[in-house]
Design a protein around this ligand. Sequence first.
Ligand SMILES: Nc1ncnc2c1ncn2[C@@H]1O[C@H](COP(=O)(O)OP(=O)(O)OP(=O)(O)O)[C@@H](O)[C@H]1O
Ligand SMILES: [Mg+2]
Length: 287
Amino acid sequence: MRGEPLLEVRDLVVAYGRGRALFGGGAGIVAVKGVSFDITVGEGFALVGESGSGKSTIGRAILGLAPVAGGSIRFDGQDIAAFGRRIPLSFRRNVQVVFQDPRSSLNPRRTIRDAIGQVVERHFATSAPATEARVGDLLAKVGLAAYFMHRYPGELSGGQRQRVAIARALATEPRLLICDEPVSALDVSTQSQILNLLADLQRDLGLAYLFISHDLAVVRQVADVVAVMRHGKLVEMGASEDLYRNPTHPYTRMLVSSVPKPDPRGREERRAMRVALRHAANASPAA
Ligand SMILES: Nc1ncnc2c1ncn2[C@@H]1O[C@H](COP(=O)(O)OP(=O)(O)OP(=O)(O)O)[C@@H](O)[C@H]1O
Ligand SMILES: [Mg+2]
């Protein structure tokens, strides 16, 4: 149910290179220094902050892919760290991830059908025709026509590839989607189409997001709560509208002041533009 706790991160510490340091190698770095936050069912939670502040490290820790040195991460009440390196498949379904550049995660020699179908088969053991039908459904969810399943990643635009990456993430029916800079590599109009899509999916599927970005303007559309990170710590966290209106930490103030101010006279125009873009996105082929 919406509003119920889904993810609880408590006093999380992530340290890289400690092992090497023990043997007299690199000094080791503490990338996350005691971070706590909750994400509830269906909530959009944004993590913003400068490069190197530890945002992606938190995302990786939640996926069980970062060296957690302290604190706890509970998903649906279960401690992820307790699984160690062997996170059960049944549990892994719940949290999926979309990265900035799908080119690095999509094999150029496999069709979209194979890329998404492999995930469907691994998690649901479907027959070939059922897999294909499911891939078609997933493509429809992200605004792509079924014939895209026969294409290769290299034949798609950046926005279309990101839609495929989202469809593949949705294949396991996750409850939390980690989006790590999902629109940073896209041009501005494609960015807004992908953000619209993510907002629609959030509403339709009751998905929760951990949305990672260095850009406060980008997270506005999908974030109920915004947490601002600096040097491995959260410096401010609050309901997104409050934080935009009334930032307290100087660093947040600086971030907010660099977001373009909405111009009330242009609002209707922009709304019309968004509607037009959404229609364009729904009529495939999408950008
Ligand atoms: N695998 C790794 N081994 C060692 N250090 C790492 C590793 N991954 C990240 N770091 C370091 O941890 C710190 C946090 O990195 P992280 O990638 O989490 O930052 P970020 O906020 O996502 O930055 P960006 O906006 O550039 O993506 C940085 O100092 C980085 O150099
Ligand atoms: Mg990062």
